[in-house]
Design a protein around this ligand. Sequence first.
Ligand code: COA
Length: 393
Amino acid sequence: MALEIRSITDTELADYGRLREQGYGFSPPHGARSADLVRASGLTDRVLGAFDRGAMVATLAVSPFGQFFGGRPVPMGGVGSVVVLPEYRNQGIASALLRSAIDAMRSRGEVISALGPATIGVYRQAGWELAGDHCWRKISTVALSKLGPSVAKERRAVGADHDAMKRVYVRFAMSRPGMLARPAYLWGQRLELEAGMYAYVATRNDAVVGYVIYTQRRAAAGYTLTLNDFAALDWDAELCLWAHLGAHRAQASTVITDGLQLDSLAMFLSEGSIASVHDHQWMLRIVNAPLAVAARGFNFGVNASIGIRITDPIVAANGGCWDLTIADGRGQLETATSATIDITINGFASLYSGLYSARTLAANGTLAGATPEQLTMLDAALSGPRPTMTDDF
Ligand SMILES: CC(C)(COP(=O)(O)OP(=O)(O)OC[C@H]1O[C@@H](n2cnc3c(N)ncnc32)[C@H](O)[C@@H]1OP(=O)(O)O)[C@@H](O)C(=O)NCCC(=O)NCCS
């Protein structure tokens, strides 16, 4: 079936909203609200539609984000709203939309692309691969209330704190691979408090050193407590915010976190204090291999030059032999005539994000031909905290 695939116009946003409602099981006015958000953010031309004789039958949106890897924000296209009408499914339409999105991202300069998959196969076929966590956890508020005191003090956030909160977020996120570098329009949505939402800052010497935004919703007994956003400059600031959340223990037995990496907190809590609510992983695609390598940071102290051959059945320009040079915290891919290591574009995405080590990828054949020294070098250059993300799109 020959469908037309193109960017949609403002007048077609209502159809986009209806597709989202049907695809995800939302009820009105959810679709109209999604359409309004796209219009208000000026992102309509980033929504692709697939049209059958003029009628929109599928859609996909690409948001203009950055994503931190190795301490640097890498231009990233965030793929979301992938919906194909039921009667048009299993005919390759989502796959065709993904290929169009890759072309559009390459021409706009988005060098990587992330998405949260409802199903993995369709994205894996198009070159996206598992690259990090987005897990929901519940933490006992009683356990949080027993953490030690902090020097930082809490107070309710006011509008004048917003710029300081954004700066705290950037410093928090840049040392955590996979976190979003948020564009201005996303901050607008993040900092708008709906009914039941509260924002507090942690301060030291009158400077904002952390913040938390959360939602309270009445439940059968007490209320549910869900984190919307959280960032802190250091452990003392974290302690202040965790203690604030622990002080909800009379009404909420747990606080639910969305995507936050809790490894450092876990070292101060006893068994059973953190439990899984839902485990999810996001996927990454390397859209433009040389520019993606040049944009991220690498661990300092590792100097390497390794020949790699990338296989990319969709983006020919990513494929072929490359010299990967890593020095002084930066990387470079230059075309080469031969290479000893073979890696698929999917494996390269997991290696790039740091979710899977070179050794793990070598164990399942996604990366082949590397010497033990090369595997050690790649892992030394790319190792870090497990990648995670706290934003949904
Ligand atoms: C997921 C969805 C977008 C796929 O659209 P589609 O046009 O049917 O996908 P394609 O035809 O391009 O499928 C590509 C491949 O993925 C597979 N696939 C598609 N949907 C799948 C599913 N739900 N589960 C497992 N595999 C699936 C197809 O079998 C096909 O594999 P094949 O080439 O080996 O046969 C569509 O089912 C949908 O709109 N679902 C509801 C909304 C949703 O969940 N969107 C995803 C949000 S991340």
